[in-house]
Design a protein around this ligand. Structure first.
Ligand code: TRH
Length: 354
């Protein structure tokens, strides 16, 4: 290798899958900001990125729109040293041919979805030779165990958190100062048929001594007040600021992959709505996570019900909340002590680029 920065192309096909853009953007930023890589992010729909990163034109990631039709030939010199194919999206054939024509082919990774299933550690880093061309693709699995690719986390996460000013955050979004014993809940979810029932349970359990304030990031409705329950929409914030919503809350409802990971870094109790899949495949993944989490047994019934399997019992879950604080923090610390995904990815690639 010369001392030129490593060039990396990330390919992301969003289709209507918002979170894929979230994961790719976070990875692209980390590789550029923390590792000095020269990153291009090829994305078919820039709309989700523009919401998460309104300042993206300022760099450091070079965002390119994935064109409807690619050029038929791609210059080999325009291929990166590292090529990340996110979530098995198919790379344009001319690009793959250009990769194969290079004297030293790029390190080609398929970045997979996050899962706590046991087989993940065994499959992380596995090779898949191209059937026709002299290329090898490696499977790169994010994960919770040491033997996986790890999780995305910024080096300055703790510093940003310690600078967070909750009172200023609340004032900025028109929320009154926190009252004693207020339970603040952030709610970021897919459409969920159980939500009206949960809202009713919140309204029924909120009291003057224990009011409930729900923050709905990305919500467009007007603020609603039902007795001691208030529901406030928040604007969809730039990606780093979504952490502030989590820090300002005592309980976080999150979904998909990226917000799910952020809730774990926040270290407060959280409820995960997993992306629903055919034939309940998502419930297997949900269960795999509950099995490795130190509070899994306490979370199980409520999480399953939030994901459509079982009866939602808010009073029972609420009574359990104080007992969740310690295991949530312990889990956040355990994970944060491990190398983060971007550092692992860099190491994996540099070893193969030597
Ligand atoms: O949008 P998601 O549902 O994404 C999911 C996952 O990627 C999942 O693995 C995939 O299978 C599924 O899509 C189809 O939820 P997720 O992953 O939490 O992504 C949301 C992104 O939006 C995340 O990066 C955080 C960001 N965000 C903001 O930047 N600002 C905000 O105000 C909010 C609420 C979110």
């Amino acid at each position: 290798m010369t001392n030129q920065p490593t060039r990396c192309d990330i390919f992301c096909a969003v289709v209507d899958n918002f979170g894929d853009a979230g994961v790719c953007w976070r990875l692209a930023r980390l590789l550029a900001d923390e590792h000095g890589w020269q990153v291009r992010l090829w994305i078919d729909d820039p709309a989700p990125l523009q919401r998460m990163a309104p300042d993206l034109a300022a760099g450091p990631v070079d965002v390119r729109i994935w064109p409807a039709a690619w050029p038929t030939r791609w210059p080999a010199a325009d291929c990166a040293d590292v090529v990340v194919e996110a979530f098995a999206c198919e790379l344009p054939l001319p690009y793959v041919e250009a990769m194969a024509s290079r004297a030293r082919p790029p390190v080609w990774l398929n970045l997979e979805y996050l899962s706590a299933e046991r087989w993940v550690a065994g499959c992380h880093g596995m090779r898949s030779p191209h059937p026709r061309l002299p290329l090898v693709k490696y499977f790169f699995f994010p994960g919770f165990e040491e033997a996986t690719g790890g999780l995305l986390r910024e080096r300055d996460y703790d510093a940003r958190r310690s600078r967070f000013d909750e009172a200023a955050f609340r004032a900025e979004f028109g929320l009154p100062p926190r009252s004693a014993n207020e339970l603040v809940i952030s709610l970021f979810s897919y459409e969920n048929p159980v939500l009206p029932e949960l809202m009713k349970a919140w309204a029924a359990s909120a009291t003057p001594d224990r009011p409930i304030r729900v923050l709905r990031p990305g919500g467009s409705e007007a603020t609603e007040i039902h007795g001691n329950l208030s529901v406030h929409p928040l604007p969809f914030l730039p990606q780093p600021r979504y952490d502030e919503v989590l820090w300002a809350s005592d309980l976080n409802f999150v979904r998909g992959e990226d917000s799910f990971v952020r809730a774990q870094w926040a270290g407060s109790p959280f409820v995960w709505q997993i992306y629903p899949q055919a034939e309940g495949a998502h419930l297997v993944k949900l269960d795999a996570f509950l099995a490795i989490h130190p509070a899994g047994a306490r979370l199980r019934a409520f999480w399953l019900a939030w994901n459509g399997a079982g009866t939602l019992d808010w009073p029972d879950f609420a009574a359990n909340l104080p007992a969740l604080d310690a295991p949530m923090l312990q889990w956040a610390r355990t994970l944060a002590a491990r190398p983060d995904l971007a550092s692992k990815l860099v190491q994996f690639c540099l070893e193969r680029l030597k």
